[in-house]
Design a protein around this ligand. Sequence first.
Ligand code: TPP
Length: 377
Amino acid sequence: MQTEQVVPIRTPESSFDDEVVTVIGPDGKVRPEADPKLPVEQVLDLYKAMVRTRIIDTQLERLQRQGRIGFHIGSLGEEACIIGSAAAMRPQDWIFPCYREFGALLWRGFPLQSYVDNMFGNAEDVVMGRQMPDHYSGKKYNFGSVSSPIGTQMTQAVGFGWAAKKKGTDTVVSVYFGEGATSSNDFHTGMNFAGVMDAPVIFLCRNNRWAISVPSEKQTASKTFADKGVAYGVPAVRVDGNDFLATYAVVRECVEKSAKGEGPFLVEMLTYRVGGHSTSDDPRAYRASDEVDSWRQTDPLVRGRKHLDTLDAWSDAEDEAFRKDTEAELKACIAAAEEKPKPALSTMFEGVYDETPWHLKEQQEQCENGPRAKEHH
Ligand SMILES: Cc1ncc(C[n+]2csc(CCOP(=O)(O)OP(=O)(O)O)c2C)c(N)n1
């Protein structure tokens, strides 16, 4: 006998199942109805930024293997969603990074030399060597600090966005995070607050399928990560994160709406972490190589290049020359960064207080005259 259902319990259906925005097809041609119709020069700039990001990632991984830097966390395979979304933000908008978005920082105009100085933690590193490599900060470029405890940047971004709104500006804030971070407390706090306060925040979820060794299907019982927006009253959308034009188009639309006070958005960008979690990780311990190989087929740079071919905008010779120039520029930055001294011991006591309190002065005195000051540190 079947019991009649009287309690209207809803099963978790998804309204997003097959809805993924794409612009560039596998043949490189665009779907005209979704194309953001950027000028060719801008399309080319986006492509070049993706290539530059890939070159830097590859070289930094080598440097870590050679023992010249201690760590790198990269964006191999995720270049399109990072560059496409960063480019969709207007200059007055703010970006709050996770830890894979050095490409977005460079897109904002942060000098490559400063980024490389951060990798070496030398005296010219913006965070004065106090952090791990890849923990940069770019206030002058409207770019928040990397905060490695998972999810914390989301509440920071929402607070910033809400303040901007209260000040009467039309500043929009974007915040990056991986799909694993949607299980953090700060995701829930941030999404809830943004939903209630209509904060102008674009939540950019890089669904790269892995949170270190945890696959995305073990991260949530929700059918998609975009579904999580619905629970908080935050409009959400899924986009092909390996398609730089689709990511640009979707995020741009969210920015324009947010700037008009039409509230927060959640964008789930579908991509894949082709490399290890960081240089400290060996993914062969937990995932099959054929999975990685199949994602290599959807490489955002290859698709981007195919698109440029349809525009007749870029030749093999130009591509090769651009790669060579970028490699040379990077090599020069690395050589310069390696020559620079480490931050002076005294800088450890700077940058927190406007006026140094007595107990720090005492510690500084002891430190500068103690045995450590005489040794290499
Ligand atoms: C609060 C906290 N818990 C655990 C960690 C260790 N940790 C560093 S990265 C990471 C996985 C994050 O995965 P995801 O959010 O999907 O981002 P992805 O690395 O894939 O870009 C974890 C668990 C941390 N940094 N902070």
